[in-house]
Design a protein around this ligand. Sequence first.
Ligand SMILES: Cc1cc2nc3c(=O)[nH]c(=O)nc-3n(C[C@H](O)[C@H](O)[C@H](O)COP(=O)(O)OP(=O)(O)OC[C@H]3O[C@@H](n4cnc5c(N)ncnc54)[C@H](O)[C@@H]3O)c2cc1C
Ligand code: SF4
Length: 492
Amino acid sequence: MGKHTGYIEYDREGPIERKPSERLNDWGEYLQTHSEDSMEKQGARCMDCATPFCHTGIQIGRSMIGCPTNNLIPEWNDLIYRGRWKEAFERLIKTNNFPEFTGRVCPAPCEGSCTAAINNSAVAIKSIERAIIEKGFSEGWITPNQPAIRTGKKVAVVGSGPAGLACADQLNKLGHLVTVFERSDRIGGLLMYGIPNMKLEKDIVERRVRLLEAEGIQFITNTEIGKDIQANELRESFDAVILCTGAQKPRDLSIKGRELKGIHFAMDYLTANTKSLLDSNLADRAYLSAEGKAVIVIGGGDTGADCIATALRHKCKSIVQFGKHPQLPIERTASNPWPEFPNTFSLDYAYEEASVQIGNDPREYSILTKRFVGDGDGYVKELHTVQIEKTTDQHGNTFIHEIPGSEKIWSADLVLIAIGFSGPEVEVLQAFALKQEKQQKMEAENDKYATNIEGVFIAGDVRRGQSLVVWAIREGREAALVCDKYMMSKIK
Ligand SMILES: Cc1cc2nc3c(=O)[nH]c(=O)nc-3n(C[C@H](O)[C@H](O)[C@H](O)COP(=O)(O)OP(=O)(O)OC[C@H]3O[C@@H](n4cnc5c(N)ncnc54)[C@H](O)[C@@H]3O)c2cc1C
Ligand code: SF4
């Protein structure tokens, strides 16, 4: 364990954030890596709680508990408390291919199920993870390792998000020849063109891709499977195919006025901004600017928050975010006990920044957009809304009611729709003749990563729906094992 009395002696040190007034002027990461000294103290707070939940990654009741990649958290907490960073690093990379991503963007379900968090504050697990992997890079402990033996089996991974990358990494380590196909111009999936630079700088993604390349993985960009290369052609050229194509089909808002100009999907806004930033530091103007505009983001989730942070950096005139749910409670409720992930109110980076730049938290709760109204020239001018409330009957069925008299008109000249994703794009799945469930999740016949087509596997958001980077990594790792078993069973 860490220090016997560590959790009594030391307070939790939260993430180190750059000041909003400073970071709003650039696109750099808002979080920073802690010093070794401070992390050793934070590791000491881990109290060897006998049955730790932080690393479990299991379902209890309706909730997933702990780290989905089963990171060996109590072990590395103890090791860094003792200054044994190299061993902590070795433990960390046993279970997580890309701690430099999760150490930055993971919502840290591990911390929600940390025993210290029952009546105190959780061990700073995510910050420790980031500090360990960054020390691994700076000390030169991470070097490309080609596998000693090649099996001669060839596998195609379609899609280069965290699921595809984790899958490719595992299969390459097992000695297979891996080619990753990506339709975009850069590798990384939503790590590259979804999560904004302020949360994950893109040279962190490229650093890992270079390493994977040096270890023998081949990356082919600007190539859409099912269009540039046909599914059959791919199946004939490779011993197995793993589809890690994500679930990026946006959910739309089919209400009056949706066709007006100035209404865009959040992902189009975020993707174009990152591409322009990387291509030309925004000099090419090949992005949708929010500069001087009254912006409304529809959708109360994290993608909406990322739009807010981006629009603030564009120097928007005003910004509001509509969410359909009420404000979350400050403390856990009885229906959301430890060790579940705490569904409580928090001030995400974007809201903190909005408070500094425009003077208020931009969130509006329990609000429903009824229609968009144009300015007569085809551009959006107004949103008409109503407040809503949820009620539950004696059978547990919930109903949404509009509150009479709560109608309101909001001015806007840029509207971003961030109400989630309806599932995977079906074209590539149809190209492989895969069966689909009603909710567009893929059917798995033999186990959860195999499909109805022999030698074709699926993993990541395409299988489980929009999720988290850490879940994509877990899925990629597990699917690689299933695929390896399949390919090796074919060796005579
Ligand atoms: C705006 C935004 C912010 C997010 N922020 C966070 C966060 O902070 N923390 C977190 O944990 N999670 C976050 N997520 C969720 C997380 O990014 C995803 O769950 C994760 O990236 C899923 O990984 P994946 O590999 O399954 O798919 P993706 O990352 O979606 O990658 C799929 C890839 O497949 C490619 N592809 C699709 N079809 C084809 C084809 N036919 N041929 C070739 N290539 C193809 C796509 O271009 C894409 O690059 C965020 C998501 C969004 C949208
Ligand atoms: S990957 Fe996420 S859940 Fe797992 S230890 Fe890191 S921050 Fe926690």
